[in-house]
Each structure stands twice: as C-alpha cells, then as structure tokens.
Design a binder for this molecule. Structure first.
Ligand code: 5RP
Length: 215
C-alpha cells in the first residue's frame, strides 16, 4: 500500500470521529486533503474553521460550512481539530509546519477540546528531529537569525499573517528545551514543535490497518 493510500485510510477513520453539530478545526496539507471529502461525504451539520486559505477554499468547494476564526465574533472554542503532521514521535511530540501553516494550526489545536493528528506510517519517529519549521517576524529578521544561529529561510510566500517562513536546522536532544528557547525569542512568531499535552489522539495507518492512539 502506498503512503497516499495510508493517508486516505487514516483520514477516513479520523472523519468518523466528528459528530453532528460539532465545531471543527481543519488542518492543512495533503492528509487533510483526504480528510475534507471524507468529512463532507458524511453530510453532518458541522461548522468549521480552517488553518489555511487552501483548506478554506477546498472545504467550501466540498460544501462544508467554514467560518472566520479571526476577531471577537469567531468561536471561542472548538469541539475537535483534525490535522496532519510531519513527524509524530513515540513520546507524543509532533513536528508540524511542512506546509508553513503551523502558527494557525497551533492556534486551532489549542482552541480544540480534542486535537486529533492524522498520519501515514512514514511520519512515525522515535524522537522528533530537525528541521523544525518557524514563522518569523520580518521586523528584526536579521537579528533573529543571528540569535537562533541555525535557520534556513524558505524561498516561499509569507504566511497569511505576514510572517517569514524558515526551518531551525540545529541538532537538539530535548524537544521541550528547544520549544522553550524558540518561544522565548521575540522574533519567533511560532514554531512547529507541538507538545504531547496538545495532542489527544494520533490516527495512524500502516498498510491497511488503522490504529487510534490516545495520549
Ligand atoms: C502543514 C502541516 C501538515 O500537517 C504537515 O506538513 C503534513 O503534511 P502532509 O499531510 O501533506 O504530509 O503541518 O503546515
């Protein structure tokens, strides 16, 4: 079975976790690309918020109701958020942001009562490792890069919130320590290390078997 087939299988299983009437956070990336039609197919009355313009337009095309998550009129909490990951470690840490949407993805995950991560078997790792995606403030960028030391800037568009996208490539042993270091830097808008406390379940497909790991 191909990794794409695993993504589809895991995404279909994750779509089954959504219930009628829920407020749903939609992640970004190719796995979410399989989740959206599976969710739309269920015909539930759900209200969604999207973590990227791409997800928003795909979800709308499939007939899902997508609302803004900006401003004071937006939902203050979500029932569930579903998203992919670049790395999912045995100890629960994730690396996200391969698609540069990690800032909005983390905001949406934090707003959800349940954050469900959906991955194919290639994403499972023993421990998270570089590269760790970063969204950086354009203001003071050179000084931020000097402080962080080992960052490679992507030749990519800015995020929808105006941030520059790069990857921390330095070697690290302790994900928590690096997460604190990155969060403490005023030039880092957000980083792609997601702690185990944020994750409720990991839905993983390996071949034609889907496993739901609850953290
Ligand atoms: C986007 C993400 C994605 O969830 C991550 O890159 C995985 O993508 P894919 O489902 O295409 O493998 O974090 O910012």
């Amino acid at each position: 079975m191909t990794l794409d087939a695993e993504k589809r299988l895991a995404a279909e299983a994750a779509a089954e976790l959504v219930e009628d009437g829920m407020l749903v956070g939609l992640g970004s990336g190719s796995t979410v690309g399989y989740l959206l039609p599976a969710l739309a197919y269920r015909g539930l009355r759900v209200r969604c918020v999207a973590t990227s313009p791409e997800t928003e337009s795909s979800a709308r095309e499939l007939g899902l109701a997508v609302e803004s998550f900006s401003g004071l009129d937006a939902p203050a909490r979500l029932d569930v958020a579903l998203d992919g990951a670049d790395q999912a470690a045995a100890d629960g840490w994730l690396v996200k942001g391969g698609g540069a949407a990690h800032t909005r993805e983390k905001v949406v995950a934090a707003a959800a009562d349940r954050f469900v991560v959906v991955v194919d078997s290639s994403k499972l790792v023993e421990r998270v490792a570089p590269p760790v995606p970063l969204e950086l403030s354009a203001f003071g960028l050179a000084s931020t890069l000097r402080r962080l030391g080992t960052v490679s800037l992507r030749d990519a568009a800015r995020s929808p919130d105006g941030g520059m996208i790069g990857d921390f490539t330095g070697v690290f042993d302790d994900a928590l320590e690096l997460a604190h270091l990155l969060s403490a830097d005023p030039g880092v808008v957000e980083h792609g290390l997601f702690p185990p406390e944020l994750v409720s379940d990991v839905v993983v497909a390996r071949g034609d078997v889907v496993e739901i790991r609850t953290l």
